[in-house]
Design a protein around this ligand. Structure first.
Ligand SMILES: [Cu+2]
Length: 414
């Protein structure tokens, strides 16, 4: 509806010779290569504490991510990772970040095939309707986004305040403007100084005259005694100002700490003793049917029978609707466009017994493969699908398994 309206409006405006720029509905996460979304950081249990806040209010984004074991070989390893958030510009200010309960202000090394719990606290800054994602930045690999949800911020940007009390007890009323006047004053002073110094030389005949003087051997006449005195005065003045400035800053802010360049060391969450093993025997993507079909060999090493409850990849959740334990994991605020209505289709619904190895066919069918532009993985030189499978035992406990394998497109419907 909105797209139709937008199309009509832009047509009318084009007729009138006016170029309109319509606001983007999201911010390009669908343009990320599918291997970046399906085989790197798998975000799950993601929750947003609110979907409507006022300027200065907070929204807390929590959840977990697993760094996939089948990490693409063309990407650098997660040796330096930063926990952030993905929003269209600085519309929210991140005031706190945690990884496994520890402050994650710095970057650090994380381990593949392990899980981490994150929490970020974001404060409403610029009013509007914004798409908010959890995100980790991996050095060399770029930003890896989790699922995005819309958060509406109401109010006025001018009311935004970011107060802070420093370690020495200084109360900063608003971090956004703190110290800016000082920076402007000093930058202005140096700019003016540079202009005055350059002006001294520029006021005299320039290029051609000086070139001729140089060519005819009169270079001594180009720099007078007055010039030398002027330059010496400037040099002395500059050095003295730098010293005086440093002295002033030292007195004004006696306790300063440099920006911390160290790395955090945070252990991953404990790993399950027994992990369900999945071998992808065959995986196809039926292009006309928009359906991912997989034949999996599943081994259950657990002492309980398990049932498959969900296939999750790139934030898309194909949930087995017939399993109440799996449905209970779906938060009411989880973005509806990432929850395909048909869910996960299982051809063999019986629980997998302890120690059993079984071959199971599953299907994940929805137009979302196209709308999320994940089908472009079929044109990759490395056609691999990756994701997590959530199993539930008879006590309702969840067990997470990795799924990865080669995938083949099927272009002709059967
Ligand atoms: Cu987004």
């Amino acid at each position: 509806m909105r797209a139709e309206w937008a199309k009509r409006l832009s047509r009318v405006c084009l007729l009138l010779g006016v170029v309109v720029v319509l606001p983007a509905l999201a911010h390009g996460e669908r343009n990320q290569e599918p291997f970046l979304r399906m085989r790197t950081a798998h975000f799950y249990d993601v929750k947003w504490s609110a979907d409507k806040i006022a300027v200065n209010d907070e929204v807390v984004v929590t959840g977990r991510f697993r760094l996939f074991e089948d990490w693409p070989m063309n990407l650098p390893q997660p040796d330096r990772v930063f926990v952030g958030n993905g929003t269209p510009g600085p519309v929210l200010a991140r005031t706190e970040s945690y990884l496994n309960g520890h402050a994650a202000i710095q970057s650090g090394k994380l381990v593949l095939d392990r899980d981490y719990e994150f929490k970020t606290v974001l404060k409403g800054r610029i009013p509007g309707r914004h798409h908010v994602h959890p995100m980790v930045n991996v050095e060399g690999a770029g930003p890896l986004l989790g699922p995005g949800s819309w958060v509406e911020i109401s109010g006025d940007h001018r009311d935004f305040k970011l107060p802070l009390t420093t370690l020495d007890g200084t109360k900063i009323e608003d971090l956004e403007t703190w110290g800016v006047a000082n920076v402007v004053r000093w930058e202005g002073f140096w700019l003016l100084t540079a202009l005055v110094f350059a002006g001294w030389w520029l006021r005299r005949p320039l290029l051609m005259t000086r070139y001729r003087a140089l060519h005819e051997g009169h270079e001594a006449a180009l720099v007078t005694r007055g010039d030398r005195l002027w330059a010496a005065a400037f040099l002395t003045g500059t050095v003295l100002t730098v010293f005086a400035g440093a002295h002033w800053a030292e007195n004004r802010y006696p306790r300063t700490i440099p920006l911390q360049a160290g790395q955090f060391r945070i252990d991953p969450l404990p790993k399950d003793e027994h992990e369900i093993n999945i071998q992808v025997k065959r995986a196809t993507y039926d292009v006309p049917g928009r359906s991912m079909k997989m034949t999996l060999v599943i081994h259950n090493p657990l002492p309980h029978p398990v049932q498959m409850g969900e296939f999750m990849t790139a934030g898309l959740r194909f949930v087995n609707h017939e399993l109440p334990a799996a449905m209970a994991q779906v938060d009411a605020r989880y973005p509806a466009e990432l929850l395909p209505r048909t869910g996960l289709t299982l051809h063999d619904k019986a629980p997998i017994a302890p120690g059993e190895t079984r071959t199971v066919d599953i299907e994940a069918t929805d137009a979302v493969w196209e709308t999320e532009r994940l089908t472009s993985l079929l044109t990759d030189p490395d056609n691999r699908v990756g994701g997590l499978l959530f199993f539930f035992d008879d006590a309702g406990e969840r067990h997470i398994a990795n799924l990865s394998g080669a995938i083949v497109p099927v272009f002709i419907g059967s």
